[in-house]
Design a protein around this ligand. Structure first.
Ligand code: ADP
Ligand code: MG
Ligand code: MG
Length: 246
């Protein structure tokens, strides 16, 4: 489904990703962990095609197709959905209308049908429907923003969902809701790349693989034992033991 080959990427003339390789099979859930500034968000944004990030070497394949130079909208239409670490506020745009427009743009679903789907999804996920009549992210708490993003992902049902720290700045109750949506999408066959630096959200999920990113490189990939190791000893332990764990 997703194949990242020798990916080098830069932002503002600074090389951030320095040769990242990994493969995410259809329906799998992979975790990316790494210290602050290691390039996690850069990896997410580069896969999604954010214009500020340019690939200087290597390539990104999605469903066997080279998307390295594809526009972000094209990638979205192919089924890649990125949940940003810092979602934007848009005054004057109601959440419901924003979601309707998203469904229209990505899947050609008309407003009336979209309206029904949105209310149904809110109910299925146990969210508060009053969120829908508010202005997009305006005055939203961290947890509310993340829940809205998860609602969006749930509606779109992407082939590949990339989540950049969906667990940052949210309380335990919101975390449970967010993890629940991720688990639900995963069980429905969405492939997921989940960036996190806490193990907490992983208590609710069953990832197939864990990757550790340090200074723009995936230094080790393995199973949940890596999460445990990082929680106990910090990221320094991974660098030292990386070869052995592999
Ligand atoms: P992480 O998500 O792992 O914390 P990022 O991908 O956000 O890491 O950042 C990796 C490095 O790239 C950091 O050193 C950061 O300062 C730098 N960086 C990210 N975005 C930009 C930008 N727009 N302009 C300049 N430097 C950036
Ligand atoms: Mg960061
Ligand atoms: Mg980040």
């Amino acid at each position: 489904m997703l194949k990242v080959e020798n990916l080098h990427a830069k932002v503002a003339d600074k090389e951030i990703l320095k040769g990242v390789d990994f493969e995410l099979a259809s329906g799998e859930l992979h975790i990316v962990m790494g210290p602050n500034g290691s390039g996690k968000s850069t990896l997410a944004l580069t896969i999604a095609g954010h214009p500020r990030y340019s690939v200087t070497e290597g390539r990104i394949l999605f469903g066997g197709e080279d998307i390295t130079e594809a526009k972000p909208e094209e990638r979205a239409r192919k089924g890649i959905f990125l949940s940003f670490q810092h979602p934007v506020e848009v005054e004057g745009v109601k959440v419901i209308n924003f979601l309707q427009r998203t469904l229209k743009n990505l899947q050609g679903i008309d407003e009336v049908e979209a309206y029904d789907r949105i209310f149904q999804a809110v109910e299925e996920l146990g969210l508060d429907s009053s969120m829908l009549s508010r202005e997009l992210n305006v005055g939203f708490s961290g947890g509310e923003r993340k829940k809205l993003e998860m609602l969006q992902a749930y509606l779109v049902k992407p082939k590949l969902l990339i989540l950049d720290e969906p667990d940052s700045g949210v309380d335990v109750d919101s975390l449970k809701v967010i993890a629940g949506v991720i688990a639900k999408l995963h069980s429905e066959g969405t492939a997921i790349l989940l960036i996190t630096h806490y193990g907490r959200i992983l208590e609710y999920l069953n990832p197939q693989r864990v990757h550790v990113l340090k200074d723009g490189k995936l230094v080790v990939s393995g199973g949940m034992e890596l999460v445990k190791l990082i929680e106990e000893k910090g990221f320094a332990a991974v660098e030292d033991n990386g070869a052995a764990i592999k």
